[in-house]
Ligand binder design. Structure first.
Ligand SMILES: Nc1ncnc2c1ncn2[C@@H]1O[C@H](COP(=O)(O)OP(=O)(O)O)[C@@H](O)[C@H]1O
Ligand SMILES: [Mg+2]
Length: 245
């Protein structure tokens, strides 16, 4: 039987009187790749912070391999790549990694996994946004998490680098059997790469098959009226645009 990695059950979170997440329930099985989409302010970051045990839900609960978020984080089960990566360390990727990985072979394996062996000695500040991110991903993976949460990691990365980035995430999932939960504003692109999509705007509007999430009625409900969705198909190297109004 497939193991449950993450269970979110009837979770409600509010800040003062404002209910930001309402009765959210879903279950991520071991090794699944989930995308979380929804409008700004829809509660995506709040959901990740709740899974990390930084916010205590008003009602409901979260379990990570049967443990509470705090216990799971303490055991190193949860990796997290935050939305903003501001770092101006004068160190190279290899030096940064050596701060958390003592074993040299393990360090080189990680650099290789994220495709950065050849640029390991370049100062972090000289790397592109996507390359910096790969070094940070290697740092997160150094702790061998079972679940990896990523908050809009593709913001500001061009579309070619973005495809390579998704390929990297799929490789990580395949080689390490890690469950991935990734927040993205780009429902049309993410549908190509993930196993499941959760559409979040205070409540969970949809969870399941990514392609079924690309449905006019659902997107209208989620984002309101008048949004254009760009659907990127790597195979036909083209984009469909459909407009919802
Ligand atoms: N610590 C906080 N205190 C008060 N309100 C917050 C806090 N964090 C988030 N919010 C509010 O909760 C809502 C959801 O925010 P967020 O989870 O960041 O959305 P998203 O990541 O989907 O853009 C927003 O209206 C935001 O202003
Ligand atoms: Mg956010």
């Amino acid at each position: 039987m497939e193991q449950e990695a993450l269970k979110v059950k009837d979770v409600t979170v509010s800040f003062g009187k404002k209910v930001v997440l309402k009765n959210i329930s879903f279950t991520v099985k071991e090794g699944e790749f989930w995308g979380i989409v929804g409008p700004n302010g829809g509660g995506k970051t709040t959901l990740l912070r709740t899974i990390l045990g930084l916010i205590k839900p008003d009602t409901g609960f979260i379990e990570i391999y049967g443990l509470s978020p705090k216990e799971a984080v303490k055991k190193g089960y949860v990796g997290y790549l935050p939305q903003r990566l501001e770092s101006f360390l004068p160190l190279s990727g290899r030096e940064i990694l050596s701060l958390v990985v003592k074993d040299e072979e393990k360090l080189e394996d990680l650099l290789d996994l994220v495709g950065m062996s050849h640029k390991g000695d370049v100062p972090f500040t000289k790397l592109s946004g996507g390359e910096r991110q790969r070094i940070l991903i290697a740092m997160v993976l150094a702790k061998n998490p079972k679940i990896f949460l990523l908050d809009e990691p593709n913001t500001g990365i061009d579309i070619v680098a973005q495809d390579a980035f998704y390929d990297l995430l799929r490789k990580i999932k395949r080689e390490r059997n890690i469950s991935l939960l990734m927040v993205s504003h780009d429902v049309g692109v993410i549908a190509n790469f993930v196993d499941k999509i959760a559409c979040l705007n205070r409540t969970l509007h949809y969870e399941g098959d990514p392609w079924k999430a690309l449905n006019c009625q659902l997107l209208k409900e989620l984002y309101g009226t008048d949004v254009s969705v760009f659907v990127h198909h790597p195979e036909c190297k083209g984009c469909h645009v459909f407009r919802i109004s």
